[in-house]
Design a protein. Sequence first.
Length: 156
Amino acid sequence: MATTSRVPAALNALLTILRAAPALAATHIEDGPPGVNLTDRHRLYIGWSPSGDQAVDLQQSFASAGARTRDESFTITCYAESRAGDKDMALRRTQVFEIVAAVEAALRATDAFPEAPTLLGAVLWSELTTGSLTQEQGSDGALAGLVFSVSCRARI
């Protein structure tokens, strides 16, 4: 079957890789927007951020003359969050950056996961490219959130 985009396969592979990452074992990983239960202190959302409506931005163009293949570039929006009932913002900030560092490490090739940068063959390459930190202090305690992007390049 022909495909018009590598986005669905890339999202599925990214979730598979991150759910298998030992450094993210204590982090709840959500596919898309959050559910109702927000009791987990450390959360990672793939294909969602609280500040945006889009899950993925993509662009396509012809890869060569003759229009036999197309190149696709896309950016997967992700959001990491660390929250607790205390007011220790420094700890929340450190923890949210540790979550994103684990994502970045999971996208690197290793002996155990040589196809991690290609999202298990779904794309030509992927990398963590941008981030934006938010911090909140409320009656429920401190929260640090980091919206970040995983950029990908694919051939379809």
